[in-house]
Design a protein around this ligand. Structure first.
Ligand code: ZN
Length: 168
């Protein structure tokens, strides 16, 4: 999937988590940003990805050590990130946003023909029985759908807050 689709999914997750935990506007913005970043982070192994271009040295090291869509797209990596976040006592809503953001990346890549090495270091590629081309119509439609759902969620929760304010 394209970086756009991945980040749209991450932003949607961040907004949903923020609304669920009734975060204030600043925490909500942070939650959306960290989930959005988490959703593109696994592609650090791809030097031409958005995140890879931002952190080129790091990206080259990861690519040469593990290859594309292996370690950074595995359950091992997600568990490692969870453990690290747990150690630094990350608030639960950021934790859920980050882990679900990364999970959404892996699930979306499992919908592409190439699949992911979910069980790295075991070298088997996992993908769903149905898959779509990166940059194809389905990919673009997913990005658009995620963006609309995000806008709807944010709009609905804001409207509710405004109504509550006036009805109290
Ligand atoms: Zn990926």
């Amino acid at each position: 999937m394209t970086g756009k689709t991945h980040s749209a999914a991450g932003i949607l997750i961040g907004a949903a988590v923020g609304i669920h935990f009734q975060l204030d506007i600043f925490e909500m913005a942070t939650c959306i940003v960290v989930s959005g970043l988490a959703s593109i982070f696994p592609d650090i192994c791809h030097t031409r990805s958005k995140i890879g271009q931002r952190l080129p040295i790091f990206s080259h090291i990861i690519k040469h050590l593990f290859g594309h869509r292996t370690f950074t797209h595995s359950s091992l990596f997600m568990f490692g990130v969870y453990y690290a976040l747990h150690m630094i006592e990350t608030p639960i809503y950021y934790m859920i946003g980050i882990i679900c953001g990364m999970l959404s990346h892996v699930i979306l890549d499992m919908l592409t023909p190439r699949g992911v090495h979910l069980f790295f270091p075991i070298p088997i590629r996992i993908r769903f029985p149905i898959h779509f081309k990166t940059g194809g119509t389905i990919d673009l439609s997913l990005a658009t759908t995620f963006s609309f759902v995000t806008l709807y969620l944010l709009f609905e929760s804001t409207m509710k807050q405004i109504l509550n304010y006036f009805l109290q």
